[in-house]
Design a protein around this ligand. Structure first.
Ligand code: MEV
Length: 331
């Protein structure tokens, strides 16, 4: 039972379809808001500490919470988090916590999603020290969006440059209505470390690979506008190859990708890589079979649809499906 005075924000999860890593340098990426919700609840308790489930130490252990609360000068709050995402799966759990808390505590809240996206990126950057606004803007916008580049679809907002990178325009792209499969490898993501390692590689001459990823994302955007499922899949496979070149795969990920290739139109790392999750585009109607193949390869699969809305403050009913469950495997 929720305690009186508690407010809850619900945020979708995210999966990057094209352009991870390259987006950090301002090249375009395409990102999906997926129906794997995370709920952040807040009870205001002025004059007390910031706590997570009653624990000040627990709150301090989550830098995203600390930076989000600090950025809006929050008074005493008790926070609780429930998520259908596996922890550290690279499916947007940190950004969901950041966006959810700020939707509840910032002045404009979810009424002005552009302002919320900017605030959330600042808090996430302060917590992580590197990275693009891809995750936070996707979770604020919902649906399918491009980040970076710009001029591809309806313009939503622009995130200002940071440390000589960006700006990032955020545009709404069409949702062709397909189902996707994401699969957690079981290897926790390490976004900050992997983004920094790629940064060193780009500095040492891998900049043409990130440029190629950016160009591929633009072809992916065109394919999405046409609803060309086979082309989107083919480009996912090409994008995975470029991520391998960037050094963000590993033998375990390659083993899973090899097992899934024949069964999918496209399969790739989604997010930072070296762990976290994979994203596959199944042939129409083959979602459950692809999820089974992922499970057989030792991963935790989820068949997902696009969440048309981003973060919102509307306490879901206690019985809302999936929202309060610890995990939802499609297998
Ligand atoms: C994380 O979801 C995707 C990366 O491009 C990092 C970022 O954009 O901040 C690897």
């Amino acid at each position: 039972m929720r305690e009186p005075g508690t407010q809850t924000a619900t945020s979708p999860g995210k999966a990057i379809l094209f352009g991870e890593h390259a987006v950090v340098y301002g090249f375009p990426a395409v990102s999906l808001a997926v129906d794997l919700p995370t709920m952040v609840s807040v009870r205001r308790r002025p004059g007390t500490d910031w706590t997570l489930d009653g624990s000040p130490e627990g709150f301090q252990r989550i830098p995203y919470l600390v930076e989000a609360a600090r950025s809006v000068g929050a008074e005493g709050i008790d926070v609780s988090i429930r998520s259908s995402l596996p922890r550290a799966s690279g499916l947007g759990s940190s950004a969901a916590v950041t966006c959810g808390l700020l939707a509840l505590l910032s002045k404009t809240g979810p009424g002005d999603l552009g302002t919320l996206a900017k605030l959330a990126y600042s808090a996430e950057f302060a917590a992580q020290g590197v990275g693009s606004p891809a995750d936070t803007s996707t979770l604020c916008a919902g649906g399918i969006v491009s980040i970076g580049g710009g001029g591809y679809g309806k313009s939503l907002w622009e995130i200002a440059p940071r440390e000589n990178r960006g700006p990032w325009k955020v545009d709404r792209l069409p949702d062709p209505g397909w189902k996707w499969v994401v699969a957690y490898t079981g290897l926790p993501k390490q976004t900050g470390d992997v983004v920094s390692a790629v940064g060193r590689k780009v500095g040492a001459g891998a900049s043409s690979t990130v440029e190629q990823i950016g160009a591929l994302a633009e072809r992916g955007i065109a394919a999405l506008f046409k609803g060309d499922r086979a082309e989107v899949g083919k480009l996912m496979n090409e994008n995975h190859g470029l991520l391998v070149e960037l050094g963000v795969s590993n033998p375990r990920i390659e083993e899973i990708v090899e097992a899934l290739r024949p069964q999918t139109l496209g399969v790739k790392i989604t997010g930072a890589g070296r762990g976290g999750s994979l994203l596959a585009l199944p042939r129409s109607g083959e979602e459950a079979a692809v999820a089974r193949a992922f499970a057989k390869a030792g991963t935790v699969p989820f068949v997902v649809s696009i969440s048309p809305v981003g973060v919102r403050v509307a306490p879901p009913s206690v019985t809302s499906a999936g929202a309060a469950s610890p995990g939802r495997s499609a297998s």
